[in-house]
Ligand binder design. Structure first.
Ligand SMILES: *[C@@H]1O[C@H](CO)[C@@H](O)[C@H](O)[C@H]1NC(C)=O
Ligand SMILES: *[C@@H]1O[C@H](CO)[C@@H](O)[C@H](O)[C@H]1NC(C)=O
Ligand SMILES: *[C@@H]1O[C@H](CO)[C@@H](O)[C@H](O)[C@H]1NC(C)=O
Length: 461
């Protein structure tokens, strides 16, 4: 029954818009108004989504041309994908720590912790960020964390977002471009964050590169939405060939591996220097490989005894063959710490109002804030000026839907116009170039954004 829908959904344009595309809207208005925003809250709470009844909506839609169905904005979160990328910077202190360490293995540990922490904000974030419009930009300067970042949507088909962050005191540069590739699997949507991320520690003359793990949103049709990240992330030190291999584990049949990350740092002779383990939703530790193996062995012995009365699995292998929801395994045991381990990173708890504010972290709450004075200096392509995101943030869903459609129409019309005049779109702050570490093509920052000379910017809103 689902296959018809699945097939129509392969259309590229739609896939972008169907991250979480159908739903039943229960308009429950949380009467929480935060008059003073104080950087750690949003102006309005979110509408609640009730995904249980999606099936009944979906049934009615079968056979309809899906491009005619607009995705209810209730499944979005009031952020542009450019702002979502900026969340990588939440734990910038880990890069600063890496810069300050003289031992190269310890530096790699801090970089590995940063790479894991960079995806931790995805935890419980099932809202789909807004697709950036071509030419949209975002900037963020955080004096307290010591960095500034600029990003630009450099391509619309396929969507590519390029970003460049730098230390305010010249210690590091962190850049990359993300090409989110979405695949619809019937019951889940899988996002492959294609694109390489590069971190340069300037004082140490080191460059590290990696790619993010896969991210999967389960139960988009039925059941409770939940997020899984999996895949191997290899952080390579290009000066030496040393690397850190991190394995984001799929949750597995019994959910025992849910959220787990495990890996090691090895030098170019493949000698393992340390094991890194933990959960991307909680904390990461580092320990001597021998101590880790010994601990594992004794744990397995204990496990064999326990497994006599194992409960039946409620997790199914992924696929669209059956109509049941794939519930998130409810194994909530935390990381068991191997004696002698060093803590590399621990997640901060989210503020209490996060639950009614898209599960944003403290850092995320402030990303769309238009602080006093910003309006005068930001380029008018900045996401903070996007009327649809702003309306949604303020809890005005009808306005947000209207504005989103208007912006998309405007973007389509501009593209047609360019095609007619055989005009090529030119990016403003990034250009294709060769990444010196990987020798592959990527979008590199051309500089000058912070000179604040913003003439001839496109009118995209
Ligand atoms: C990375 O390469 C640099 C430069 O050769 C070297 O000094 C450093 O030890 C390496 N770092 C790691 C973590 O392997
Ligand atoms: C926020 O997290 C809660 C708790 O896990 C979850 O039930 C809810 O669906 C999440 N909300 C969003 C918008 O992702
Ligand atoms: C969020 O940030 C505010 C202000 O910076 C701070 O007072 C508060 O403790 C933080 N909340 C959490 C849960 O970390």
């Amino acid at each position: 029954r689902l296959t018809g829908v699945v097939n129509v959904l392969r259309e590229e344009d739609l896939l972008l818009n169907t991250f979480l595309f159908l739903g039943f809207i229960t308009k429950v208005w949380y009467d929480l108004t935060y008059s003073a925003r104080a950087l750690t809250s949003l102006p309005a709470a979110m509408f609640s989504r009730n995904t249980i009844s999606v099936w009944s909506i979906l049934k009615k839609c079968i056979g309809l041309e899906l491009s005619k169905i607009t995705m209810p904005i209730v499944f979005n979160e009031p952020l542009s994908f450019l702002q979502r990328i900026t969340e990588y910077m939440e734990h910038t202190y880990l890069i600063n720590r890496a810069c300050s360490l003289s031992n190269s293995i310890e530096r790699m540990q801090a970089v590995a912790a940063f790479a894991v922490s960079a995806v931790a904000s995805q935890w419980d974030r099932t809202g789909k960020p807004f697709n950036p419009l071509l030419g949209e930009t975002y900037e963020l300067t955080r004096e307290d964390q010591g960095f500034r970042l600029v990003s630009e949507q450099v391509s619309h088909h396929p969507p590519v977002s390029a970003f460049h962050a730098e230390s305010l005191v010249g210690d590091f540069v962190f850049h990359g471009s993300i090409y989110p590739k979405l695949k619809f699997w019937g019951k889940s949507v899988e996002a492959e964050p294609k694109g390489t991320i590069t971190l340069e520690l300037l004082k140490h003359n080191e460059g590290y590169t990696w790619s993010n793990p896969f991210c999967c949103v389960h139960n988009i049709i039925l059941g409770k939405l939940w997020i899984e990240q999996y895949g191997t992330v290899e952080i390579v030190n290009h000066s030496t060939g040393d690397k850190c291999v991190l394995n984001f584990k799929p949750c597995g049949m019994f959910g025992k591996e849910l959220h787990k990350v495990e890996g090691y740092i090895q030098d170019k002779s493949k000698k393992k220097h340390c094991v890194i383990y933990g959960k991307w939703t909680e904390c990461m530790w580092s320990v001597d490989p021998q101590a880790y193996e010994a601990h594992k062995k004794s744990e397995r012995k204990g496990d064999n005894k326990k497994h006599k009365n194992v409960r039946t699995s409620n997790g199914h292998p992924e696929g669209a063959e059956n109509d049941d929801a794939d519930d998130m395994p409810d194994v909530q045991e935390t990381v068991s710490v191997v004696p002698g381990s060093t803590l590399l990173w621990r997640i901060e708890s989210r503020p209490a109002h996060s639950a009614v504010m898209y599960n944003f972290t403290n850092f995320t709450m402030s990303l769309n804030e238009l602080e006093p004075g910003m309006e005068a200096i930001l380029p008018h392509t900045d996401c903070r000026f996007r009327p649809d995101i702003r309306a949604m943030e303020n809890g005005n869903m009808d306005e947000a839907t209207k504005e989103k459609e208007r912006l998309e129409d405007k973007q389509r019309a501009a593209r047609k116009e360019r095609a007619k005049d055989e005009d090529e779109w030119s990016t403003r702050w990034f250009q294709m170039g060769t990444n010196p570490y990987t020798n592959s093509q990527g979008w590199l920052y051309t500089g000058g954004y912070f000179n604040r000379n913003y003439q001839d910017l496109p009118d995209i809103y």
